[in-house]
Write a protein that binds this ligand. Sequence first.
Ligand code: PLP
Length: 403
Amino acid sequence: MDHQRFDDAVTKRINAMVERVEQAKGADLYYYNQPITELRGGARVLVRGREMGMFASYSYLGLIGHPRINKAAKDAIDKYGTGTHGVRSLAGTLDVHIELEQTITDFKHAEAAITYTSGYVTNLTVVSTLMGRHDYVFSDKLNHASIVDGCMMSGAKFVRFKHNDLNDLQRRLEEAPASATKLVIADAVFSMDGDIIDLPRVVDLCNKHHAWLMIDEAHSLGVLGKTGRGIEEHFGLGDVVDIKMGTLSKTIPSVGGYVAGRKDLITYLRHASRAYIFSAALPPAQAAAANESFKIILDEPERIEKLRVNADQFIMGLKKRGFDTLYTVTAIVPVLCGDDMVAYAMTREVQNKDVFVLPVVSPAVEQGKARLRATVTAAHEPDEIEHAMNEIEIAGKKLGVIK
Ligand SMILES: *Cc1c(COP(=O)(O)O)cnc(C)c1O
């Protein structure tokens, strides 16, 4: 096949991307899709034949590899095999799916829950099912791409407010027609910066303007709240979020996404959201793994406390060393580097010392705000965190990120 059949815009886009990738590879600065060949305990991984401390994991509570979860997955394979019989509404509903949805319902103190095959798909289908032309969605500027895509797909008027700036949200709500149907959406913990949405004020504004509220708990499930139930527990607010969205691929070491909420809402989504109707459900092993994980969070609450302590150590230690970590207060710790190239070089230096961190560059973040996006989990020990920070410090000095 001749790749240069056409000289059109698509060809140009492809060529530009390929060139960028080749350049990065040529400069030994390509950190995309590095394969991990083995998990060694909760906090160490084997990469390119070298054992590294894992500081890029979203397995916040260190549950990945937990024996109870592995066993639940294996048992499910023995019982059901590896797949379903098709989409949920035909023959694809297994009792592990019902069980998982009940577990999520209970965990979130909701009336009902629905699961989808990924968090991305959950946001895409839920926002576009609920909202339509003539409606208004208000989305934080730093919301996850899946939310942005869901908003665009819905065809609703897409209003973005300044990051965690509730005065701006208020202004924008006031500008919209009072009679319009409105939905406000935000990440609970922002995936690039690690800060927390000011939920109490968002709730007030939603009540005042009769707006629905959807919160994405990808990085707060198991992280926020004394028992890990998330942002409502964190603020002691009770049931204030209408659409409680989360993923099963981070703290929960499986794959999938969910929404919990009022019974009527979930019934509607079950009968109207296209990703549920036209796409097969989670494989049984993944559903069983997710189900067991929620139980472990409740059985082993010390993991939540340990994560808290580890995150504090990491954030304070990096700040003390002179790094800018923005406004993070959670386990996601941005280590600002500036230029994309500096972030790549920092990654290389630190990985060469067997600390596995990854860079985030534009367009994922603003130009000039490239960073290492480092994370800690409950699986780290204090001396491992100290060691990682020392290596980051050495690299930071060498590259002029800190003095
Ligand atoms: C990771 C993430 C998602 C997508 O979840 P997947 O299960 O990986 O598809 C959605 N929202 C946020 C905020 C995320 O960080």
